[in-house]
Write a protein that binds this ligand. Structure first.
Ligand code: TYD
Ligand code: MG
Length: 456
């Protein structure tokens, strides 16, 4: 028998487009055929990584029960409660966070406010490739985020940013935005997939080896994905998405969170002096509700785990062009068409030949089926010209047979309604079995849409 030769560690060339790995550099990736996409991976010390190295901490195996959990003291607070909540309680040491959203939604504004809060815990480095330092300073002053420990640099070369961070280690590093960054190690242009991936990967290595939490801002493409960053989502620890639908309100969600729940949401309002936390969103959203007007109904929705009371408005008007038009803002238009058909066929409320407008007040988007009953009631209320009692809240999913189906988080929805002074709730009959405490609300159990219309 011949001698067994030990395997020689091979260097790693990873395709920045598809993730394919080769041991030798090649001009074109054999897997996805992308040119110049293979990049040799380096470790933190700048040596070529080999197949023998990886994400190892050099420790011997340890019983999983003995591994220390991440505690509150390992997290840094942004001093913005709504943001800390979505992060799972603050920024975790060594974590890489991606903050995504449409251009202009308020990512840079929220970021600079968060950095000012984080600066209480030490020096923060904010690298921007989007604006000059003068613009950044002006914005910081405007939103009350001027802090001597907040250092800003206008730079798009990620190697230079890392050099700044190594020369004077910050408590937090933020890079705005990942699409404007480039590394001279690659030939491709900034914003290209290869550059975005390589820059993010360089910053990840920095975060993991230094323990400095690092925040990346990422733009969203027209189709709703994080540009390039779709491939970044598996690389980073946390993906936060800032959403707005025209109005002043913004919702922050965690699409991925290795250190917390993805059910929490944060609510903000964009004002003249930056992003303001909305700690009591239901009260805000109901503030301008017209009392006693037909077509207005309050639904108890639940976004993630957070109950929100929202006003849904409907207006049913004579058709302007022979055939009825439907316009929906904040709710799915197809869902509205379905509910109109169910109203007509199962609840003797036929408005198919009229114009129907449905709107969620405050510019929020509601995507859960539990708002069905509210949308249907608002339409019926407008069609009949009868207002719905102002202290009644409604929720339930409506099926094609006109049945009203159970929804999750019933007790949380009722608790939020009780907290805001509502006295009566129309809820799916099937949910009654699971409710231990109706919180002082009069519960009206609904099994069919037609029953709900009779109760209003
Ligand atoms: P910005 O944070 O620059 O968005 P992003 O980084 O996501 O592209 O916010 C841009 C918008 O926000 C801009 O249209 C102006 C508005 N804005 C305010 O309304 N109030 C403010 O205090 C600031 C700084 C911006
Ligand atoms: Mg910006």
């Amino acid at each position: 028998m011949g001698k067994i030769k030990p395997l020689k560690p091979r260097s790693i060339h990873r395709c920045q487009a598809c993730g394919h790995v080769e041991s030798k550099w090649q001009g074109r990736c054999p897997a996805c055929q992308e040119w110049n996409s293979l990049v040799e991976e380096m470790d933190a010390a700048g040596n070529a990584r080999t197949s023998a190295s990886g994400i190892a901490d050099g420790h011997a195996p340890i019983s999983i029960v003995d591994v220390r959990e991440i505690s509150a003291s390992d997290r840094q607070s942004t001093q913005i409660g709504e943001l800390d909540r979505v992060l799972g309680g603050g920024l975790v040491a060594g974590s890489l966070v991606l903050l995504g959203g449409d251009p202009g939604v308020g990512k840079s504004t929220l970021l600079i406010q968060a950095l000012a809060g984080l600066a209480r815990g030490g020096r923060v480095l904010y690298a921007t490739g989007e604006e000059s330092v003068a613009q950044t300073a002006m914005r910081a002053r405007r939103v009350g985020a001027s802090d001597a420990r907040l250092a800003v640099v206008a730079e798009t070369d990620v190697e230079k940013i890392l050099a700044h961070a190594k020369a004077e280690p910050p408590a937090i590093l933020a890079v705005d935005s990942i699409q404007t960054m480039y590394t001279p190690l690659l030939d491709s242009i900034p914003g290209s997939l290869a550059q975005v991936r390589e820059c993010a990967s360089r910053l990840m290595q920095y975060a993991k080896t230094s323990g400095v939490p690092t925040i990346l801002v990422g733009h969203v493409t027209k189709d709703g994905g994080l540009a390039g960053p779709k491939t970044l989502e598996h690389l980073v620890d946390v993906v936060l998405q800032l959403e707005g639908d025209g109005g002043p309100y913004r919702i922050l969600r965690a699409h991925k969170n290795r250190f917390g729940s993805t059910q929490e949401i944060g609510v903000f309002e964009m004002r003249g002096a930056g992003m303001a936390e909305v700690t009591n969103p239901s009260a805000h959203l109901l503030a301008e509700r017209p009392i006693g007007a037909p077509g207005s109904v309050v639904v108890a929705s639940a976004d993630g785990a957070r109950p929100l009371l929202v006003e849904i408005q409907a207006l049913v008007a004579p058709a302007s062009a022979g055939v009825g038009r439907r316009t929906a803002a904040g709710v799915d238009g197809n869902r509205v068409s379905l509910l109109l058909a169910v109203l007509a066929q199962r609840a003797s409320c036929d408005v198919l030949d009229r114009d129907v407008f449905v709107n969620v007040a405050g510019g929020l988007r509601l995507a859960e089926p539990a708002i069905d009953l509210g949308v249907a009631c608002a339409i019926a209320s407008s069609a009949r010209g009868r207002a719905i009692d102002a202290k009644t809240v409604v929720f339930g999913e409506v099926g094609l047979a006109g049945e009203v189906r159970a929804v999750p988080l019933c007790e949380q929805r009722l608790a939020e309604a009780a907290r805001l002074g509502f006295t009566r709730a129309l809820i799916p009959a099937q949910n009654r079995l699971r409710i231990e405490n109706p919180m002082g609300l009069e519960l009206v159990l609904i099994d069919r849409l037609v029953t709900a219309l009779a109760e209003l």
